[in-house]
Write a protein that binds this ligand. Structure first.
Ligand code: SF4
Length: 275
């Protein structure tokens, strides 16, 4: 592993491994292309607890205030094993900059996993997360955590990449002068996070305390303030403008930016065709 590259956890099936319940591979361009520029740690929670490929599908069931993972045909309960695996995996995870997980999965799903009322798969309630993703989100609060479907939105994709590459760069900074230079150089880019963010960052940088503490607070401020994708139309437009003006190029590698730009163009063309 190259310590200057971001390190992200990727669902094994997105990484081209044949681990899915139906035994069919997923060819995800993003995970495939990204793996040239970031280091990936593959994980398949279901295979890791000993489930075979192929296997019967499992589902998420809500019971009182917690969730259960069961096989709707046999009602076999996998909750404890998957939960335990997730906790051990997280405990052994040394240093990571983000997560790219498989959408809709009862284990890895970040936001669109179907949740049911009954163990036999009836009584659809809502779409939320799988058990592994839930553990990740609870432990790595404010970290970049996305799924491949959400990243089909080019703005979200750019934001995710901006967050993981910036997070990784910030961690490698060695002293206060370097951090101040980094902040100054990218002020324009960081202004996407708002004036209040810049004020807080400057206040943190002006403190005369231990560098490690300043850096941790600076990173925390960055992660919290960039947690949500800028939502207004104006901000989303400025995100694209910033991409065109190459302001991300010192943080995100050029070929990765070209990939995002290609997606922006395709999305705009799709929009023109459908409007
Ligand atoms: S979504 Fe997660 S649990 Fe399901 S096959 Fe992919 S890596 Fe394994």
């Amino acid at each position: 592993m190259d310590k200057n590259r971001p390190k992200i956890v990727v669902s094994s099936c997105l990484n081209g491994e044949n681990v899915r319940y139906d035994g069919k591979p997923v060819d995800d361009f993003l995970a495939r292309d990204l793996s040239k520029y970031v280091d990936t740690i593959s994980v398949c929670p279901e295979v890791s607890i000993g489930l075979p490929v192929p296997r019967e599908p499992i589902i998420v069931v809500r019971k009182n205030d917690s969730i259960k993972i069961v096989n709707p045909k046999t009602q076999e309960d996998f909750t404890e094993r998957l939960d335990e695996f997730s906790k051990t995996f997280i405990k052994n995870l040394k240093d990571v900059d983000g997560f790219l997980l498989k959408s809709k999965s009862p284990s890895c799903g970040v936001s669109r996993t179907k949740t049911y009322k009954n163990e036999n798969g009836t009584g659809f309630l809502y779409r939320r997360y799988g058990i592994f993703a839930k553990n990740i989100k609870n432990t790595f609060k404010y970290y970049p955590v996305e799924d491949e479907l959400r990243l089909k939105n080019p703005n979200r994709l750019l934001w995710f990449l901006f967050r993981i590459f910036t997070f990784s760069k910030l961690k490698s900074i060695k002293d206060i002068e370097e951090l101040k230079r980094f902040h100054k150089k990218h002020e324009d880019l960081f202004s996407l996070l708002g004036k209040a963010y810049l004020k807080r960052a400057e206040k943190i940088l002006s403190k005369e305390t231990d560098f490690k503490e300043i850096k941790n607070r600076y990173i925390e401020n960055f992660l919290k303030s960039s947690y949500k994708l800028p939502s207004s139309k104006r901000l989303r437009k400025s995100l694209y403008k910033t991409l065109q003006e190459k302001k991300f190029s010192d943080i995100i590698p050029k070929p990765v930016l070209e990939m995002v730009e290609k997606h922006h163009k395709e999305a705009q063309e799709d929009f023109k065709e459908t409007s």
